[in-house]
Design a protein around this ligand. Structure first.
Ligand code: ZN
Ligand code: ZN
Length: 531
């Protein structure tokens, strides 16, 4: 097992299993070397050596909404060394106040970049700069190494793993920021939107953003053809029966695909859409037709159909839906279509992943129905809703109904090696400035910790104490929320049962008439999707 893997695992466990007094005070030394420049341009550019060593006292707590939060008192020592000609820099800061660390992770997605400049003195590195004894002239712009060191504040990336874990990162203030935002949380893969996901109209991708993104990928060694999977807009429904709306969807979809190609990104994940009131098969036909057209208008990008929780008439709730779409992709484009499995959606859609046996059975079914060769990415989310509930509610890893064992299965599945594994888990914590405790703010350290935790599961003995205590701890954190959700789910099912019984009683005759006419494809498929 690679050294880094062990280290990441050990440090994660120490920061997560903060129950025993002993584990609260564990040293977490880490040294990471980052080569910031591609080999080809090394003659022109410097190579930055960033060393981070930390002593962290961590206490993990659960917020009201079930997210993990970590209170840390830490001492961080960072040294950034450039090649000869540039001065080396040593920074040291002690932070006795745990509040500081929490705040440093506060930059909400939408406000992260501007805030970092103006009001982010809490960031450990930024703070170090400002508290440095040596007076130095105020600079209008940060140097490259300062920027780079800043992005390493939450967690360094684990190098050398076969599993590429990351999260859905923000593109606020430019798509290129997705790269550094991923670096910031130690992600080895990432997802992002390519434009506003809730608006139809977006300004075109600027050449300057495109170039900055491509440069950042090279600089930080992210492979755009493997580990980056942008997420499509929630508005797009390529299966829409309405011609005008379908065109709007198609245009937005194609625009995204072209952005991928401009940015050097191969995979693009999107929701297959919904059939609405019409025929399910016709909807799949329209979706496949639009995909064929979009593939003919692009050259390299590979759209990935995401499996869905199977609510209502959504396409993708069954693996067979995905198969039926792929079956209608023209032979010349078959190599340019793929699938992204979302663990929460699978589970809520009735595909179990909890035990090794259930996990293997689901994977076998996927392979039989769709084909493992189409699996190009995964979304790693626990589920707030129970099994087969058709509810799409993401939960933090280990806290939901899937539980940590499911993710142990995922992280040790050889067929997932090399795939981007993307977290879309909640990352909020209560706003300390809100006395009511209702407001939340983003806490990206949640993702940084989840990435390290998932990585630590690689090769971990699921029957050993290390795994079992972590599993138990996370499960306990999510216990109340699971109980609440289960109660709601039971209540809803009870209501539906009563409603159905009433309807049956009321309209035995009309029901018989309906079946007599054959029901209709949409009804049949909707029932099938609901399973
Ligand atoms: Zn999605
Ligand atoms: Zn997803």
């Amino acid at each position: 097992m690679p050294k880094e893997r062990r280290q990441a695992g050990a440090s994660m466990i120490s920061s997560l299993s903060g129950d025993t007094p002993d584990s609260k005070k564990r040293k977490r030394p880490e040294v990471h070397s980052v080569e910031s420049t591609p080999r080809s341009s090394r003659s022109r550019r410097a190579v930055a050596e960033v060393q981070v060593s930390e002593k962290v006292e961590a206490k993990v707590e659960t917020t009201k909404n079930g997210s993990l939060t970590v209170e840390e008192t830490e001492e961080v020592k960072i040294s950034v060394q450039k090649s000869p000609g540039r001065r080396a820099k040593n920074q040291k800061v002690s932070k006795p106040d745990s509040e500081d660390e929490l705040e440093s992770a506060d930059e909400g997605e939408s406000k992260s970049t501007p805030k970092r400049k103006a009001t982010q003195p809490k960031n450990s590195l930024k703070e170090a700069e400002e508290e440095e004894d040596e007076p130095k002239p105020k600079k209008a712009r940060k140097t490259k190494e300062e920027k780079e060191a800043e992005t390493m504040a939450l967690a360094p990336r684990t190098i050398g793993l076969k599993m590429f874990v990351g999260a859905h990162t923000s593109i606020a203030k430019g798509v290129e920021n997705a790269v550094t935002n991923s670096l910031h949380i130690g992600g080895n893969a990432f997802a992002c939107f390519l434009k506003s996901q809730r608006k139809w109209e977006s300004p075109p991708l600027q050449n300057s953003n495109r170039d900055a993104f491509r440069k950042a990928l090279i600089e930080h060694k992210y492979d755009g053809t493997k580990h980056i999977v942008p997420h499509g807009s929630y508005l797009v429904n390529l299966a829409n029966a309405d011609e005008g709306k379908a065109k709007q969807s198609y245009d937005a979809f194609l625009d995204d695909l072209r952005r991928c190609e401009a940015l050097g990104i191969k995979y693009y994940n999107f929701h297959p859409g919904a059939a609405g009131t019409g025929s399910f098969d016709e909807a799949i036909k329209r979706l496949a037709g639009n995909l064929n057209r979009a593939l003919s208008e692009t050259t390299t990008v590979v759209p990935l159909l995401e499996n869905m929780a199977g609510h209502g008439t959504l396409i993708g709730g069954r693996f067979s839906d995905l198969r039926d779409v792929i079956a209608q992709i023209k032979p010349e484009f078959k190599s340019r279509i793929g699938v992204c499995i979302d663990t929460c959606h699978s589970f809520a859609g009735g595909y179990d992943l909890r035990t090794p046996e259930a996990f293997q059975k689901t994977m076998q079914e996927f392979d039989d129905v769709v084909g493992m060769q189409y699996l190009k990415a995964m979304h790693l989310n626990d589920s707030k809703a129970p099994f087969n509930s058709q509810r799409d509610l993401h939960q933090n890893i280990g806290l939901g109904f899937l539980g940590l064992r499911a993710f142990h299965n995922v992280m040790n599945e050889p067929r997932f090696e090399g795939l981007p594994l993307i977290l879309e888990t909640p990352c909020e914590k209560p706003d300390p400035k809100d006395p009511s405790g209702k407001k939340t703010i983003e806490d990206k350290s949640v993702w940084a910790k989840e990435i390290k935790m998932l990585e630590s599961l690689i090769g971990m003995d699921p029957t050993g104490d290390e795994f079992l205590s972590l599993e138990k701890e996370l499960s306990n954190k999510g216990k109340k929320e699971r109980a609440d959700m289960q109660a709601k789910f039971n209540e809803k099912q009870e209501k539906e049962k009563k409603k159905l019984a009433k309807e049956r009683e009321k309209g035995q005759k009309s029901l018989a008439d309906m079946f007599g006419k054959g029901g209709g494809q949409a009804n049949k498929s909707a029932a099938e999707a609901k399973k």
